[in-house]
Write a protein that binds this ligand. Sequence first.
Ligand SMILES: CC(C)(COP(=O)(O)OP(=O)(O)OC[C@H]1O[C@@H](n2cnc3c(N)ncnc32)[C@H](O)[C@@H]1OP(=O)(O)O)[C@@H](O)C(=O)NCCC(=O)NCCS
Length: 175
Amino acid sequence: MIDYSVLPAFSVRETSAVANEITIRQATLADARGIADLVNLGEREGQLLPRSLASIRATIGDWIVATNRGRVVGVGSLVEMNHALVEVRSLVVAPEYRQFGVGGRIVNALVEQARARGRPTVFALTRAVLFFEKLGFIITDKENFPEKVWRDCSICPVQFACDEVAMVKSVVSQQ
Ligand SMILES: CC(C)(COP(=O)(O)OP(=O)(O)OC[C@H]1O[C@@H](n2cnc3c(N)ncnc32)[C@H](O)[C@@H]1OP(=O)(O)O)[C@@H](O)C(=O)NCCC(=O)NCCS
């Protein structure tokens, strides 16, 4: 069992009162509705692909949530591309909880989950390049992820004008 509470975040603001009230943990089915609401928000902000409630429920073991007094205030998931590669997907923090280190803690928890599963490489397609760089990800070529392109980009409305950057982190070297 991974203890997500001990994982570091990088923001100095993580020491604030708000951040101290946040719990980072594995999602349960009781969180599914709260997860869907936040993913819908991220979709409306133009940052996330849609995820149905049914798909969230079916993959609930792949989700990490941040909660504050029982409310889901941040979410992120892992999506397996193949036995060696997992994607950080559907990462979003409620606007009023941003800039407190919550997003960084969720990503670190997902990276730990990937490591626990023996997946050596984690990647993200994102516009939040600085955010991921601070978490140890580096920019790479999108062509390195053909599974992602064929499986998911085909449903994206801006697939032919994609401005997302592919970023990757090796989890093997940290063992
Ligand atoms: C991206 C997101 C998850 C970050 O969550 P957060 O809880 O605010 O992140 P943290 O507090 O851990 O980290 C904040 C740091 O990341 C940087 N950062 C946050 N969002 C960023 C963005 N969109 N682009 C570049 N850097 C960003 C901030 O500059 C900040 O750095 P600082 O502490 O040096 O000022 C949040 O802004 C969000 O939900 N955005 C909308 C959805 C989205 O873009 N998801 C990413 C899709 S891959």
